[in-house]
Design a protein around this ligand. Sequence first.
Ligand code: E4P
Length: 213
Amino acid sequence: MKLFLDTANVEHVAEVAAWGVLDGVTTNPSLVAKEGHDFKETVLNMCKLVPCVSAQVTATESAGMKKQADEYSGWHKHVVVKVPMTTEGLKTLKYCRSAGIKTNTTLVFSAAQAILAAKAGANIISPFIGRLDDVGEDGMGLIKEIMEIWSHYHFDTEVLVASTRHPRHIVDAAALGAHICTIPYDVFTKLSKHPLTDIGLKKFLDDWEKVKK
Ligand code: E4P
C-alpha cells in the first residue's frame, strides 16, 4: 500500500519523506489556504520530494477544469490533477485520460460515484471515510464495498482512502487491500509510535549505562 501525506506543509513532507516511507502528497484548497503560501510554489517544492502530488482544480465547469488540468500538469511530471466528483468533473476526467494527464477524483462518498469516476478514466479515486463517519455513516464500509466491486473488474483506477483520522484507519484500509492511504501529519507521526517501544528502549539504554566502561 502506498502512503501519502495529506498536507500543504512542505516541511512536513520533507520530514516524513526522510523516513523513507512516503509515496506522495494530497493537497486541497483548504490545506493550501491554511498554510498561506503560493499554490504553484508549494506544489513544485513537494514535487522535488515525492513522485506524486495531487493539485486540485477550483473551476466548477469542465472547460475551466480542463484549462487548469492542462496548466497544473505542465508544472511538473509528478503532478496529479485533483478533480471533484461532479458530472463536470467526469467530463474533465475523460479529457485528461485522453490527454495523458493523471487524475485523482476527490469528494467520493458512494460506490456509485467510485464506479463512474473509474469508468470516466480517473487514475485515482478518493473516498472520504472520516467525513462519512462524522455524519454517522460507515466510512470503512464504503472502502470494503468499493474493493469488493474492484475485485470483479479490471479497473486500473487506484483506491485512495482519504479523510483518515487515526492509525486504525490505515491498518483497516491495508487489510482491505486499498491501494493508497492519505494521512494527516499528526496521524502519520502516531503510526510510528508504541508505548512499549519507548519503555523497551529506555530499559535497554538504562541497562547499557550500568555496564559501559
Ligand atoms: C484528500 O485528498 C483530502 O485532502 C482529505 O483527505 C480530506 O480530509 P478531511 O476530511 O480531514 O478534510
